[in-house]
Design a protein around this ligand. Structure first.
Ligand code: SAH
Length: 246
């Protein structure tokens, strides 16, 4: 922290909160200075909606619209740390959301490919990343549970939404010596952060990194879309009512 920083200005307070957060992450076991340096280099305030700016550097998840959240900084750094990313890596992220995790990854790797299922979030994240000078990524709208076949294989895959089971397509799209980090669990209470590693021979091993809580990965190889089911049920009730009233 610079001695000349004015702690009374909003910028000064935010910078101080950021340094406290970095200390907290280090104390919490994020033992990789490159990852912590990426946290320092990325302005999280650019990804946080106006009403929550005050909590930008609090270690918590915050709403970003469409019922989704920007992940807690500890979780973002834990996933990045667990993925063991290297500067030459080609990485796939599923669940762009605000784009914050994408920004951290972009600072650490050669190129990032990121998929989001809400176009509103995808467009906003892309704009935010460009605004802060990050361009080494490609984003697309789609169901990330099936991966990004045209761009495979990937050295690393980071999934920021929880899946009932690990999607086979993601394991298939992992390069030899690749690592996939993904929250897996049928229910919120059962979610565990998992790391899948593929060796040079293509054999996969799994490790559990601990309990976590993420929004669901909704897609063909992920969780069912309840909002669509509800709409279908609502549609059925509407048509029954219409038939009944004939
Ligand atoms: N990485 C984000 C966290 C976003 S929360 C950040 O740093 O802000 C998880 C995101 O995954 C949500 O935006 C959600 O819409 C998205 N998502 C859920 N299922 C998905 C799927 N099958 N494909 C792509 N994105 C998905």
């Amino acid at each position: 922290m610079s001695n000349t920083m004015n702690l009374l200005t909003p910028e000064g307070k935010m910078a101080a909160a950021k340094e406290r957060l970095i200390d907290e992450l280090r104390a919490g076991g994020i033992a990789n200075e490159k990852v912590l340096e990426a946290v320092r280099a990325v302005p999280r305030e650019a990804f946080v909606p106006a009403p929550f700016q005050r909590d930008t550097y609090a270690n918590r998840a915050l709403p970003i619209g469409e019922g989704q959240t920007i992940s807690q900084p500890y979780v973002v750094t834990l996933m990045t740390y667990a993925a063991h990313v290297e500067p030459h890596h080609k990485v796939l992220e599923i669940g762009t959301g605000s784009g914050y995790q994408a920004a951290i990854l972009c600072k650490l790797v050669r190129r990032l490919f990121t998929i989001e299922r809400f176009e509103s979030l995808r467009v906003k994240a892309e704009r935010t990343l460009h605004n802060i000078g990050i361009f080494n990524f490609s984003s697309k709208l789609g169901d990330g549970s099936k991966g990004w076949a045209e761009q495979a294989p990937f050295d690393r895959i980071v999934v920021t939404a929880a899946s009932p089971k690990v999607p086979q397509s993601l394991l298939n799209q992992l390069a030899p010596n690749g690592v996939l980090v993904i929250p897996v669990g049928e229910t919120d209470a059962e979610q565990k952060l998992m790391r899948y590693t593929k060796n040079a021979a293509g054999e996969v091993a799994e490790y559990c990194l601990g309990p976590v809580k993420f929004v669901p990965l909704i897609g063909e190889e992920g969780a069912p879309d309840h909002s669509a089911t509800n709409q279908t049920i609502a549609g059925r009730i509407a048509s029954l009512t219409m038939r009944g009233s004939k």
